[in-house]
Ligand binder design. Structure first.
Ligand code: ADE
Length: 231
């Protein structure tokens, strides 16, 4: 998986790149690289945004600046780039990120994530350079960087070898293995703390009963206690 993030704040990702599942994914051949719009702007003094036509508050990321950055990275017209790789703009109104979307993205060989700032993108960027728009929730962030990090985090941890334990990603909240339901509760030592005891079944050593109990808990959390799709 090769991920390119286009941003005005590439150094925001320096910390993220040190996280264990990210370094694991990198060690296994994935990459996460940032492209700074400002380094490629054709305008003077590092200008990347402008006031909106028609008036209004805020600044809008310019289409010529985004085109220059995409061209510099991929050496072609960005209208062609989106035909051969997913070019995803992070926008508050985009398709909502969930486990299904993350699975879909994790199967891609290459991703491009475009972060907006200020009032967002000139609409022509979305219309002509992007294959998708993704949102991490119906609220407005100051920019797309944190949303891009959420996408990278969720996608990279799905890659084989990124997590220490293969099962951690297989049977987790909202996964197909749990029928899309939230994950069951976990407990660790001590088995009794202030009288708060771990459910006895988990200490029983009965793998089949533990599995059934966990799936039952997962279904109950989803509010689908009657659903037997997991058994
Ligand atoms: N950019 C600003 N707000 C956002 C959100 N909620 N999701 C994705 N990108 C964003």
């Amino acid at each position: 998986m090769r991920i390119d993030v286009f941003t005005l704040f590439p150094d925001w990702f320096d910390w993220f790149k040190t996280q264990r599942h990210v370094t694991n994914a990198m060690a296994l051949g994935s990459s996460l690289e940032c492209v700074d719009y400002r380094e490629h702007t054709p305008l003077n003094w590092g200008q990347v945004d402008d006031t909106p036509f028609g008036g209004g508050a805020g600044m809008v990321l310019r289409v010529d600046v985004v085109e220059a950055a995409l061209r510099a990275r991929y050496g072609e017209d960005p209208v062609a780039t989106r035909e051969r790789r997913r070019v995803i703009a992070l926008t508050p109104g985009g398709r909502m990120l969930d486990d299904g979307v993350v699975e879909e993205l994790a199967a891609e060989p290459e991703l491009t994530l475009l972060c907006g700032r200020y009032e967002g993108f000139d609409e022509r960027i979305l219309d002509h350079f992007c294959s998708d728009q993704l949102s991490i929730g119906r609220y407005v962030l100051a920019g797309g960087e944190l949303a891009a990090m959420v996408v990278c985090d969720a996608v990279l941890r799905k890659l084989p070898g990124a997590l220490g334990h293969v099962e951690s990603a297989r049977e987790e909240s909202f996964s197909a293995a749990l029928g899309g339901a939230p994950e069951y509760p976990h407990y660790t030592r001590p088995a009794d703390w202030r009288g708060w005891e771990v459910p006895g079944v988990l200490l029983s050593g009965h793998h089949a009963r533990i599995r059934d109990w966990r799936h039952e808990q997962s279904r109950a959390r989803a509010g689908t206690g009657e659903d037997d799709s997991l058994s």
